[in-house]
Design a protein around this ligand. Structure first.
Ligand SMILES: [Zn+2]
Length: 207
């Protein structure tokens, strides 16, 4: 069997390997790296005619966020001249519905303004609700995952106080007390779970 990638020659019908120094790389991979690789998946889309990869990529990216068992899975588009460890996974785009807007504010500009405190506004949608003349208002917003989720916004207009309610599509698990994504009470660094710090008392009852 010819080793993969090794240059070789045929001399009078016999296989003759070129004389190359062999570097031993057996010890260069750590068990941690191997364990990390065991968690990777390598994909292929067998298709003829070939798949529209641009559409496929857009679908994966734009139809997010993706969840597995309510855990957030973040995909990012390629960034030129950037090593893998420099990719920024501190943000993720979510669709945010806005409830409570006065009808005269149903416009792209006002929807964008309503959610600009949530994060960077990437896209605004003003879609007609099926079978009605009402419209749903939502925006796709890139959210900083280290910050608490904004639940809404209080605004004043013509001497009225209005609450704009934000509701998020496909939200992963988060801790209500601190408002941050990605953990529950027992893993919160901001507001520790009071139940976790209570001493436990074991009472033995003899019959
Ligand atoms: Zn927390």
């Amino acid at each position: 069997m010819v080793p993969i990638g090794l240059p070789f020659l045929f001399v009078d019908g016999d296989l003759v390997f070129t004389t190359l120094e062999i570097e031993d790389w057996n010890d260069l991979t750590t068990p941690a790296q191997i364990d990390e690789c065991k968690l990777m998946l390598i994909g292929k889309v067998p298709s003829a005619p070939s798949l529209n990869l641009q559409a496929f990529q857009s679908t994966i990216y734009l139809w997010g966020p993706w969840l597995f068992s309510r855990h957030l899975v973040i995909f990012k588009p390629w960034v030129p001249a950037t090593p893998l460890h420099c990719y920024d996974f501190s943000t993720c785009a979510f669709w945010v519905h806005i409830y409570g807007l006065p009808l005269e504010w149903y416009s792209d500009a006002m929807i964008s303004r309503a959610v600009q405190s949530v994060g960077k506004v990437l896209e605004v949608r003003l879609d007609a609700k099926e079978g009605t003349s009402l419209k749903s208002t939502k925006a796709r917003v890139d959210i900083d995952l280290s910050q608490p989720l904004k639940q809404g916004k209080l605004i004043r207009v013509v001497d009225k106080l209005l609450w704009l309610d934000f509701r998020y599509e496909r939200l992963p698990h988060f801790y209500y007390s601190c408002g941050k994504l990605g953990h529950y009470a027992t893993y919160c660094l901001d507001i520790p779970d009071p139940a976790a710090s209570k001493p436990t008392h074991h009472v033995c009852v003899s019959k």
